[in-house]
Design a protein around this ligand. Sequence first.
Ligand code: NAD
Length: 459
Amino acid sequence: MAGEIEVLVKQVMNRLQGGTTGSGLGIFKNMNDAVEACARAQKEYMKCSLADRTRIINAIRRVVYDNAEELSRLTVEETRMGNYEDKVAKNRLVADKTPGVEDLVSEAMTGDNGLTLIELSPFGVIGAITPTTNPTETLFCNSIGMLAAGNGVVFSPHPTAKNVSLKTIDLINRAIIDAGAPPNLITAVENPTLEETNVMVKHPRVNMLVATGGPGVVKVVLSSGKKAIGAGAGNPPAVVDESANIEKAAIDIIKGCSFDNNLPCVAEKEVLVEEKVADYLVFSMKGSGLAHFIEDPALIKRLEEKIISGENPNKNFIGRSAQVIAESVGLKIDGKIKVLCVEVPFEHPFVQHELMMPVLPIVRVKDFDDAMKKAIEVEHGYRHTAIMHSRNVEHLSALAKAMQTTIFVKNAPSYAGIGVGGEGCTTFTIAGPTGEGLTSARTFTRKRRCVLADSFNIR
Ligand code: NAD
């Protein structure tokens, strides 16, 4: 009984010490305070055992299980992007498949001179910038990986997902404090702005930066002079060659492209299909009842005027449903439709831009060599994700090698690459530009060597 009271008192005290504003635990008025508090908390956190860290990570997973529905609803309301069911699925995926402390594997070398250990240690305080497209998923996923590695995190969420992001940070803090974490191990400011983000980027107590977003923010962290991880934009092509199982390819492409209304950075953004099988692919997509083809050139032009604004996709349509986008050009489509498809030439802006909406451009290519050339070009050197449907092993290998993407998915929807129906862990921070790949706890560590001379070689 006395022990339980002691634990309760500790929890209350910890909560009282956490954060300084009415916006929630760990939420501060200004960035300097948020960073300083996180740095102090991380020092305390270093006293925690690996078992403590595991308990704390499990508490974050429970927050996801208990709140995925509400947070997904709030995200769709606030950002007006994506769809509720897929956001729930994405959050649960993070809880189930983001690696924890077990990801930190030490190396040992033994020999006549004794034992040398390579240990994966925390950086300290990480400044993590999160996107509007997967706001809560990225916060959960980064929190699990970064805390598993022993770090504290100062988050800089996207201003357009501010409320749901701060609520998520508050919920995580409540849960981890109850699980024994020091207060303020995760912090943010109540009004995230680009100025505050820049204060975080420059703050001397921030040891590592992780940016999940478009090219602009990746550039900001890579120019910081600090250790930085950039998880940037993509424009994933789905290549279909003449050997593919076309009916399956049609369904896989629709599923991947329409997932959360095309918001995931891995989602299919354009199809390059060999001429010989293009008609059958289109026929199969139409036959699924899930894709609506816009064929009238005047309507395609109208759609272009709506969803492309100057040089960029129109933000008002990013992550909106096929129905909302169709209605904007006066088209009424069935509620079951997931994707609007258009056949356009390779140079068309629908193909060249990362639209992040369920509008799927389809380009006919002459043969496999043409597909390969165009797939490389349209990916714009992001080295993010590519998908291929083929039963020709040589073609699959040739494209995978030529694309040099971080993720290459064969004969499945793109999301197989982040652990949905494909082997391996998940992440919502895929670091192509800086090469860490699918980030996990070990990504957020420093390698340190610990040498014991002349002993413990027992061979
Ligand atoms: P975004 O680049 O607009 O914003 C991302 C974050 O960066 C936000 O928090 C924003 O406030 C901040 N930011 C943007 N410009 C900044 C600047 N100049 N200085 C400081 N902070 C800045 O991206 P978004 O619309 O939120 O997300 C979509 C983009 O992110 C797409 O390009 C998508 O492919 C990419 N993305 C990549 C991954 C990945 O793992 N590689 C994951 C999700 C999203």
